[in-house]
Design a protein around this ligand. Structure first.
Ligand code: SF4
Ligand code: MG
Length: 331
């Protein structure tokens, strides 16, 4: 099967008053049609910037740069002019944001906001669009959808607003949905419902989902493949079951140890990863995780470990298993 999305060596940097922030530093990944892929890591690791780069929300303003390739169904998005991108955004690629309250327009009814993209991209009449809006609100499980479509966002609960955002993102049957922490602002029950809904939609409409989260538990629910990001780099990638059963990167192990478990009988405290998140203004030459890594060696402070393939579906950027790592001294 041809990949739907191939990101090749994507780098994104911003100019700030303090200097240039290197938010994404050469990441590569592929997604197949209909596949759900997770991108996980702490806040500030470059997950959202990656999604925004795919949507081209960040490369246009001055002082922001992106290099590499984002091949979507055979077209390099980074090379497309703005007019062509407008046809793709919200149509074949759409995005769900973390906070629906700031992404929905408070002065338009929910129905009108969803209808606008249908009128723009699908060339539906006002009447056709209004009918389709009701169907979409029903698909995402909003009761009394016809009446509700005439409500304003503030008349919706948090969970309903997130559902409305998903309905809006799905309005044009996107081939790729970028979901940036879509459940983070919700309570646990609602989180589970939204994840179920995303899985249902993925299967029903064969939508590929790039699911961005700091929550490995949520990623495991939805995604077949996971990429772990740290300091703008992908440090480990594997099939989800493999990553959970056989994590290799010390950072991944730390993230997994921090996932709450229902079988935590001994009431062990949750693990946290010691130390500060990395400074992306002056990334060090070595492995960016070395100041926090319990297994750091001399070489980790000097050189970045290039990604190696452990096997077909598992790759790792860490000196511990790198064939070029210096052998430990034996006396
Ligand atoms: Fe730790 Fe070194 Fe591996 Fe980085 S390369 S994660 S510092 S062992
Ligand atoms: Mg983010």
């Amino acid at each position: 099967m041809q990949p739907l999305l191939t990101i090749d060596n994507l780098a994104v940097a911003f100019d700030t008053y303090a200097g240039q922030v290197q938010a994404v530093r050469g990441i590569s990944l592929t997604m197949l049609p209909g596949e759900a892929v997770g991108l996980v890591g702490e806040s500030g690791c470059g997950k959202s910037v990656t999604a925004h780069a795919i949507m081209q929300l960040i490369t246009r303003p001055p002082g922001r740069y992106a290099s590499g390739k984002i091949d979507f169904a055979g077209t390099d998005l980074l090379q497309l002019p703005e007019t062509a991108l407008e046809k793709i955004r919200g149509n074949t690629i759409s995005m769900i944001f973390q906070d629906p309250m700031t992404s929905l327009n408070p002065v338009l009814t929910v129905g009108r906001q969803i209808a606008e993209s249908l009128e723009l991209h699908q060339k539906l009449s006002k009447r056709q669009a209004a009918e389709r809006v009701v169907e979409l609100l029903e698909v995402v499980g909003i009761p009394a959808a016809r009446e509700r479509s005439r409500n304003y966002p503030h008349q919706f609960s948090g969970g309903m607003r997130q559902r409305a955002m998903i309905a809006m993102a799905l309005a044009c049957n996107p081939r790729l949905l970028l979901a940036d922490e879509p459940t983070t602002a919700l309570d646990v029950t609602l989180q589970a419902q939204i994840l179920d809904l995303l899985r249902e939609l993925q299967v029903k409409f064969n939508t590929a989902i790039l699911f961005i989260s700091h929550d490995l538990g949520a990623v495991a629910e939805l995604c077949s493949q996971v990429h772990v990001m740290y300091a703008g780099k992908i440090v480990e990638s594997a099939a989800t079951a493999e990553l959970f059963a056989n994590p290799q990167h010390p950072y991944t192990k730390g993230l997994l140890a921090a996932v709450p478990r229902l079988d935590n009988d001994e009431k062990k405290p949750l693990a946290i990863i010691d130390g500060q998140p990395p400074n992306l203004l002056q990334p060090s030459a070595g492995c960016p995780f070395h100041p926090r890594c319990p297994q750091a060696m001399q070489i980790c402070t000097e050189d970045y470990p290039e990604t190696i393939k452990l096997h077909a579906k598992h790759s790792l950027a860490c000196w511990l298993q790198h064939p070029a790592a210096p052998k430990p001294d034996r006396e």
